[in-house]
Design a protein around this ligand. Structure first.
Ligand code: DHB
Ligand code: MG
Length: 235
Protein backbone atom coordinates (compact mmCIF):
# COMPACT_ATOMS: atom_id res chain seq x y z
CA UNK A 1 0.00 0.00 0.00
CA UNK A 2 1.41 3.36 -1.00
CA UNK A 3 2.27 5.93 1.68
CA UNK A 4 -0.80 8.17 2.06
CA UNK A 5 0.68 11.28 3.66
CA UNK A 6 4.09 13.00 3.34
CA UNK A 7 5.37 16.15 5.12
CA UNK A 8 6.05 19.15 2.84
CA UNK A 9 8.67 21.84 3.49
CA UNK A 10 6.16 24.49 4.55
CA UNK A 11 5.00 22.29 7.46
CA UNK A 12 1.96 21.01 5.60
CA UNK A 13 1.25 17.56 4.28
CA UNK A 14 0.69 16.05 0.87
CA UNK A 15 -2.32 13.75 1.06
CA UNK A 16 -3.10 10.97 -1.38
CA UNK A 17 -6.65 11.49 -2.57
CA UNK A 18 -8.99 8.70 -3.52
CA UNK A 19 -9.27 8.60 -7.30
CA UNK A 20 -12.75 8.86 -8.67
CA UNK A 21 -11.57 7.25 -11.87
CA UNK A 22 -8.40 6.07 -13.53
CA UNK A 23 -8.46 8.33 -16.55
CA UNK A 24 -5.86 10.76 -17.83
CA UNK A 25 -6.75 13.49 -15.32
CA UNK A 26 -5.66 11.26 -12.47
CA UNK A 27 -2.38 10.24 -14.06
CA UNK A 28 -3.13 7.38 -16.43
CA UNK A 29 -1.10 7.75 -19.61
CA UNK A 30 -2.17 6.66 -23.06
CA UNK A 31 1.43 6.75 -24.28
CA UNK A 32 2.18 3.33 -25.75
CA UNK A 33 5.35 2.53 -27.70
CA UNK A 34 3.32 2.66 -30.89
CA UNK A 35 1.82 6.07 -30.15
CA UNK A 36 5.19 7.42 -28.99
CA UNK A 37 6.84 6.15 -32.15
CA UNK A 38 4.18 7.74 -34.36
CA UNK A 39 4.23 11.11 -32.56
CA UNK A 40 8.04 11.13 -32.58
CA UNK A 41 8.08 10.45 -36.31
CA UNK A 42 5.59 13.23 -37.03
CA UNK A 43 6.99 15.89 -34.69
CA UNK A 44 10.55 14.96 -33.85
CA UNK A 45 12.14 12.84 -36.56
CA UNK A 46 15.92 12.96 -36.51
CA UNK A 47 18.17 14.29 -39.21
CA UNK A 48 21.70 12.85 -39.35
CA UNK A 49 23.14 15.23 -36.73
CA UNK A 50 20.35 14.67 -34.23
CA UNK A 51 20.59 10.91 -34.74
CA UNK A 52 24.38 10.98 -34.23
CA UNK A 53 24.00 12.79 -30.88
CA UNK A 54 21.01 10.67 -29.83
CA UNK A 55 22.82 7.41 -30.63
CA UNK A 56 26.20 8.46 -29.19
CA UNK A 57 25.63 7.24 -25.61
CA UNK A 58 24.82 3.76 -26.91
CA UNK A 59 27.64 3.70 -29.47
CA UNK A 60 30.25 5.02 -26.97
CA UNK A 61 29.35 2.86 -23.97
CA UNK A 62 27.91 5.79 -22.01
CA UNK A 63 24.68 5.41 -20.04
CA UNK A 64 21.81 5.76 -22.53
CA UNK A 65 19.93 8.26 -20.37
CA UNK A 66 19.30 10.98 -22.97
CA UNK A 67 15.89 12.53 -23.47
CA UNK A 68 13.37 10.91 -25.77
CA UNK A 69 12.88 12.65 -29.14
CA UNK A 70 9.54 14.21 -28.12
CA UNK A 71 11.02 15.63 -24.91
CA UNK A 72 14.03 16.98 -26.79
CA UNK A 73 11.76 18.63 -29.36
CA UNK A 74 9.79 20.07 -26.44
CA UNK A 75 13.00 21.91 -25.49
CA UNK A 76 13.33 23.24 -29.05
CA UNK A 77 9.73 24.49 -29.05
CA UNK A 78 10.19 26.12 -25.63
CA UNK A 79 13.23 28.03 -26.92
CA UNK A 80 11.23 29.24 -29.93
CA UNK A 81 8.44 30.36 -27.60
CA UNK A 82 10.62 32.60 -25.45
CA UNK A 83 13.09 33.83 -28.08
CA UNK A 84 15.94 32.48 -25.97
CA UNK A 85 19.37 34.02 -26.48
CA UNK A 86 21.27 32.81 -23.41
CA UNK A 87 20.65 29.33 -22.06
CA UNK A 88 22.38 27.15 -19.46
CA UNK A 89 22.13 23.36 -19.43
CA UNK A 90 23.16 21.31 -16.41
CA UNK A 91 24.08 17.80 -17.61
CA UNK A 92 25.43 17.47 -21.17
CA UNK A 93 25.71 13.69 -21.69
CA UNK A 94 26.50 13.44 -25.45
CA UNK A 95 25.12 16.81 -26.50
CA UNK A 96 21.73 15.76 -27.88
CA UNK A 97 19.64 18.03 -25.66
CA UNK A 98 22.07 20.97 -26.06
CA UNK A 99 21.72 20.66 -29.84
CA UNK A 100 17.93 20.51 -29.54
CA UNK A 101 17.95 23.61 -27.32
CA UNK A 102 20.15 25.48 -29.80
CA UNK A 103 17.86 24.54 -32.68
CA UNK A 104 15.12 26.64 -31.11
CA UNK A 105 17.34 29.69 -30.72
CA UNK A 106 18.34 32.56 -33.00
CA UNK A 107 21.83 32.40 -34.60
CA UNK A 108 22.94 35.03 -32.08
CA UNK A 109 22.06 32.72 -29.18
CA UNK A 110 24.42 30.73 -26.98
CA UNK A 111 24.15 27.61 -24.83
CA UNK A 112 26.53 26.89 -21.96
CA UNK A 113 26.30 23.22 -21.01
CA UNK A 114 28.01 21.63 -18.01
CA UNK A 115 29.36 18.06 -18.16
CA UNK A 116 30.69 16.26 -15.11
CA UNK A 117 32.70 13.70 -17.09
CA UNK A 118 35.52 14.97 -19.39
CA UNK A 119 35.19 11.93 -21.68
CA UNK A 120 31.49 12.65 -22.15
CA UNK A 121 32.34 16.30 -22.78
CA UNK A 122 34.70 15.36 -25.62
CA UNK A 123 32.07 13.14 -27.26
CA UNK A 124 29.51 15.91 -26.84
CA UNK A 125 31.84 18.48 -28.43
CA UNK A 126 32.29 16.30 -31.50
CA UNK A 127 28.51 15.76 -31.85
CA UNK A 128 27.91 19.48 -31.36
CA UNK A 129 30.51 20.36 -34.02
CA UNK A 130 28.95 17.83 -36.42
CA UNK A 131 25.58 19.52 -35.88
CA UNK A 132 27.10 22.90 -36.78
CA UNK A 133 26.95 24.44 -33.28
CA UNK A 134 30.64 24.38 -32.39
CA UNK A 135 30.66 28.17 -31.95
CA UNK A 136 27.27 28.46 -30.20
CA UNK A 137 27.33 25.66 -27.63
CA UNK A 138 30.14 25.72 -25.08
CA UNK A 139 30.78 22.56 -23.08
CA UNK A 140 32.23 23.20 -19.62
CA UNK A 141 33.64 20.39 -17.49
CA UNK A 142 33.37 19.81 -13.75
CA UNK A 143 30.90 19.49 -10.88
CA UNK A 144 28.06 21.80 -11.89
CA UNK A 145 27.78 23.47 -8.50
CA UNK A 146 31.39 24.64 -9.01
CA UNK A 147 31.09 25.49 -12.72
CA UNK A 148 27.78 27.39 -12.62
CA UNK A 149 29.16 30.34 -10.60
CA UNK A 150 31.80 30.89 -13.32
CA UNK A 151 28.96 31.58 -15.81
CA UNK A 152 27.23 34.28 -13.80
CA UNK A 153 28.91 37.16 -15.64
CA UNK A 154 27.07 36.04 -18.82
CA UNK A 155 23.68 36.23 -17.10
CA UNK A 156 20.92 36.83 -16.40
CA UNK A 157 19.80 33.88 -18.55
CA UNK A 158 16.64 33.30 -20.55
CA UNK A 159 16.39 29.60 -19.70
CA UNK A 160 18.01 26.86 -17.63
CA UNK A 161 17.53 23.14 -18.35
CA UNK A 162 18.45 20.81 -15.49
CA UNK A 163 19.12 17.14 -16.33
CA UNK A 164 22.03 16.03 -14.14
CA UNK A 165 22.61 14.24 -10.80
CA UNK A 166 19.24 14.22 -9.11
CA UNK A 167 20.44 14.86 -5.52
CA UNK A 168 21.69 18.33 -6.45
CA UNK A 169 18.47 19.58 -8.07
CA UNK A 170 17.72 21.87 -5.10
CA UNK A 171 21.14 23.52 -5.52
CA UNK A 172 20.74 23.80 -9.28
CA UNK A 173 17.27 25.25 -8.74
CA UNK A 174 18.58 27.87 -6.30
CA UNK A 175 21.29 28.87 -8.78
CA UNK A 176 18.68 29.13 -11.53
CA UNK A 177 16.41 31.31 -9.43
CA UNK A 178 19.32 33.67 -8.76
CA UNK A 179 20.49 33.78 -12.39
CA UNK A 180 17.38 33.65 -14.58
CA UNK A 181 15.84 36.90 -15.71
CA UNK A 182 12.34 37.69 -14.56
CA UNK A 183 10.17 35.76 -17.05
CA UNK A 184 13.01 33.28 -17.65
CA UNK A 185 12.19 29.62 -18.10
CA UNK A 186 13.25 26.78 -15.81
CA UNK A 187 12.98 23.22 -17.17
CA UNK A 188 14.01 20.08 -15.29
CA UNK A 189 13.94 16.44 -16.41
CA UNK A 190 13.31 13.42 -14.17
CA UNK A 191 11.05 15.36 -11.83
CA UNK A 192 9.42 12.06 -10.76
CA UNK A 193 12.92 10.61 -9.95
CA UNK A 194 12.19 7.34 -11.73
CA UNK A 195 9.00 6.92 -9.73
CA UNK A 196 10.62 7.66 -6.35
CA UNK A 197 9.29 11.19 -5.87
CA UNK A 198 7.03 10.32 -2.94
CA UNK A 199 9.51 7.98 -1.23
CA UNK A 200 11.34 8.88 1.98
CA UNK A 201 14.71 8.36 0.31
CA UNK A 202 17.14 11.26 -0.07
CA UNK A 203 16.33 11.28 -3.79
CA UNK A 204 12.62 11.68 -3.14
CA UNK A 205 13.10 14.30 -0.42
CA UNK A 206 15.54 16.35 -2.51
CA UNK A 207 13.31 16.31 -5.55
CA UNK A 208 10.28 17.34 -3.48
CA UNK A 209 12.36 20.21 -2.11
CA UNK A 210 13.15 21.21 -5.71
CA UNK A 211 9.46 21.09 -6.67
CA UNK A 212 8.35 23.11 -3.65
CA UNK A 213 11.09 25.74 -3.97
CA UNK A 214 10.22 26.12 -7.65
CA UNK A 215 6.52 26.53 -6.91
CA UNK A 216 7.39 29.32 -4.46
CA UNK A 217 9.41 31.42 -6.93
CA UNK A 218 7.89 30.63 -10.34
CA UNK A 219 4.65 30.20 -12.24
CA UNK A 220 5.22 26.46 -12.32
CA UNK A 221 3.86 23.15 -13.49
CA UNK A 222 5.13 19.63 -13.94
CA UNK A 223 4.50 18.26 -17.42
CA UNK A 224 3.66 14.55 -17.07
CA UNK A 225 6.29 13.21 -19.45
CA UNK A 226 7.26 9.60 -18.64
CA UNK A 227 9.54 10.81 -15.80
CA UNK A 228 8.15 14.33 -15.28
CA UNK A 229 9.41 17.66 -16.65
CA UNK A 230 9.16 20.72 -14.40
CA UNK A 231 8.37 23.82 -16.46
CA UNK A 232 8.36 27.15 -14.70
CA UNK A 233 8.52 30.87 -15.49
CA UNK A 234 10.35 33.00 -12.96
CA UNK A 235 8.18 35.58 -11.20
C1 DHB B 1 19.10 8.72 -15.48
C2 DHB B 1 19.33 10.06 -15.60
C3 DHB B 1 18.53 10.82 -16.41
O1 DHB B 1 18.71 12.16 -16.54
C4 DHB B 1 17.49 10.24 -17.13
O2 DHB B 1 16.73 11.06 -17.91
C5 DHB B 1 17.25 8.90 -17.03
C6 DHB B 1 18.06 8.12 -16.20
C7 DHB B 1 19.96 7.90 -14.59
O3 DHB B 1 20.82 8.48 -13.91
O4 DHB B 1 19.79 6.68 -14.54
MG1 MG C 1 17.14 13.06 -17.62
Amino acid sequence: MARRSVATLDGGTWQATAMADRDSRSGKSYLTEEISSYASQVHASHDAAAEQAFAAPTSHGMPAIMLGPLEAKFLTVCMHMIGAEKVVEVGTLAGYSAIMLARGMAPSGKVWTVAFDPTHAEIARSNIAAAGYGDRIEVLVGPALEVLPTLEAHGPFDAVFIDADKENYPGYGDWSTANLRSGGLLLADNAFVFGGLMSDTAAGQNMRRFHENTAAHYHSTCVPTPDGMVMAVKK
